[in-house]
Design a protein. Structure first.
Length: 356
């Protein structure tokens, strides 16, 4: 092969390589992504005609357009659900249609700014071909106001749409420490007075993404100063260690304030520890008492990592056990019963929450 022929062959190979390297990747091709990092957009439950029109409109922007067949919940929770879809799919934006009985709106969640753009649509889906093309162009127009558009086509003026910013995402894990006063009835000292006890409770909670951060599971453990028991036959203390596993729900949230409800099973481990007055013999008794734990709390976020709350809770204990000891004075039958574990325990306290 002559030198001229060899040179021409090398030029042809270089041109072919350059053409292959610079071949554009169209939006909507889930199988092949651009060599450069590309923004990812999820179309949620789009009708086929609108899906195709949107991919065509966004094609020149070299976006990776993904499909999500599961529709978002209707109402105010759709934006929070869209944020969960963006996190799960690793997407920069989520686009969906919010339809009501008589109207429909186009919504775009922009992950980097935590905001949603919303604009009314001319009609309800399904769309004919011209309407689908018009909606697709509306999507592209709104996206020019985001960081997803190429810099040359990006618009900095406010978009002609409703814009609202999502509240800070609820923390996934929370550690808590609570100082509270407990009121128990009947009183452990076997009288009719109401027993009041300071207690310290610590716990952890988990709010999984697949429940949109609105429902969680909590685990708590708490113990107080205990109750003094003073009888003619016995002197000692009655202590109660409370464990609880509860389901939690964030039922209301606005700005930095949030309200939570909790309910679940519990276990109270009570211990009587003291001495018989007649023989100075040590006495210890333990009981396991199942319970139903209920609670409500109001949270105020002070910082991204810290919240404080006021908590009201109650425990309905299934067994009201009476603690008996050997009779020191046979002529006094009541000496045998020295203490009892309460059946109803209520508490009010202040809680510090840490969101790691």
């Amino acid at each position: 092969m002559s030198g001229r022929t060899t040179a021409l062959a090398l030029v042809a190979v270089c041109c072919l390589s350059q053409a292959t390297w610079s071949r554009p990747t169209h939006a909507g091709d889930d199988r092949t992504e651009p060599a450069e990092p590309a923004a990812r957009v999820v179309l949620v439950s789009f009708p086929p005609g609108l899906d195709d029109a949107t991919r065509t409109a966004l094609g020149p922007w070299r976006l990776v357009v993904l499909r999500e067949s599961q529709p978002l919940p209707s109402g105010d929770g759709d934006a929070v659900a869209a944020a969960s879809v963006a996190e799960r799919r690793g997407a920069d934006a989520v686009i969906w249609l919010s339809t009501g009985r008589d109207d429909a709106r186009l919504r775009i969640y922009e992950r980097s700014r935590g905001r949603v753009l919303s604009r009314p649509l001319p009609s309800l889906p399904p769309f004919d071909e011209p309407t689908a093309a018009s909606v697709a162009l509306t999507i592209k127009t709104l996206m020019r106001h985001s960081e997803l558009a190429p810099a040359a086509e990006r618009v900095t003026t406010p978009p002609a749409a409703e814009v609202f910013v999502l509240p800070p995402r609820p923390p996934r894990y929370t550690a808590e420490a609570r100082v509270r006063l407990n009121a128990a009835w009947p009183a452990p000292a076997m009288d009719d007075a109401l027993f009041v006890e300071p207690r310290l409770t610590v716990g952890l909670s988990w709010w999984p993404d697949w429940l949109s951060g609105s429902y969680g599971v909590g685990l708590r453990a708490g113990m107080g100063t205990g109750a003094s028991v003073a009888k003619s036959s016995f002197r000692g203390r009655l202590d109660d260690l409370a464990l609880a596993l509860d389901l939690r729900s964030r039922v209301w949230s606005r700005g930095r304030i949030r309200i939570e409800l909790a309910a679940g099973p519990g276990l109270h481990i009570t211990r009587l520890d003291g001495t018989l007055q007649s023989t100075r013999e040590a006495v210890q008794q333990h009981r396991l008492r199942p319970s139903l734990e209920l609670g409500a709390s109001v949270h105020l976020r002070l910082h991204r990592l810290i919240s404080v709350g006021l908590t009201l809770d109650a425990a309905l204990v299934g067994r009201r056990d009476t603690y008996e000891v050997a009779m020191a004075n046979p002529g006094q039958p009541n000496d045998r019963d020295v203490a009892r574990a309460p059946g109803l325990i209520t508490g009010f306290g202040v809680t510090l929450y840490v969101h790691p």
